[in-house]
Structures are given as C-alpha cells and as structure tokens.
Design a protein around this ligand. Structure first.
Ligand code: DGP
Length: 113
C-alpha cells in the first residue's frame, strides 16, 4: 500500500533500525520505545490488522509467532518479554499495518493500560 508507513519501512523508503529480516517479515526497533527493548515485527505483505487476516495468511502469521523467540533471544531477552498486538480503535492501534510488539528488559505490569 503506497500510503502505509510500515510498507514504506519494508520497502526501505523510510529508514528503520533493522533487527531481523527474511522473505516474509521484517523486525525493527520501535521509534518510541516503551521499554529498554521494544521492537516491532511486521509481515511484508500488507494487512491492516488481525481483523484483516484470512486463512491464506496462516503461514506468515505462524512464521511470526515462531520467530518471536529467536528475535527475543537475539535481543537478549532471556528473562522474558511481552508480546502485544494492538488491534483496532479500542486496542489503540495507531499504524494500520499488522505489527507485533516485543517489549523487554523491564518488569511489565498487569493489567495493561
Ligand atoms: P500501535 O500503537 O500498536 O499501532 O504501534 C505503532 C508503533 O509504531 C508505535 O509504538 C510507534 C511505532 N512507530 C510509529 N511510527 C514509526 C516509524 O516511523 N518508525 C518506527 N521504527 N516505529 C514507528
């Protein structure tokens, strides 16, 4: 999508601090970190949110889930981390390209704000 911020990051039109990349996904550091480690994983294929996914997206969604532990390990999160997927208006999703937050290197609280 030409007007999508994360598509532009995937295409390299907007710079990012890359953490991991393969054919299906890109991980990069969040520009406004909410924890000492805060990165985002996005599918290279545009999908607005979890609400915009279908059976065909199963492989890339599973790939993201399975890569989280490797990316977390590469970021030194051996003591644990939080994974967040903000979805839609009530979920406070601000960028309309599906993304998975990985936050770590601090003790998280619950319930989330
Ligand atoms: P969410 O609120 O779940 O939609 O999270 C969007 C995240 O994207 C938010 O934590 C800030 C981050 N973000 C927004 N613009 C940019 C950008 O241009 N570069 C990077 N690296 N992160 C961004």
């Amino acid at each position: 999508m030409s007007d999508c911020l994360f598509c532009k990051i995937v295409e390299g039109e907007i710079p990012s601090s890359k953490v991991y990349e393969d054919d299906l996904i890109l991980a990069f550091n969040d520009v406004a970190p909410q924890a000492p480690v805060h990165c985002l994983i996005v599918p290279k294929k545009h999908m607005d949110s979890l609400d915009d996914t279908c059976e065909e997206d199963g492989a890339v969604l599973a790939h993201i889930m399975l890569k989280i532990k490797d990316i977390a390990a590469s970021l030194g999160l051996e003591n644990g981390y939080r994974v967040v997927i903000n979805t839609g208006e009530d979920g406070m999703q601000s960028v309309k390209h599906l993304h998975v937050h990985i936050l770590g290197k601090r003790k998280m609280s619950w319930p989330p704000g």
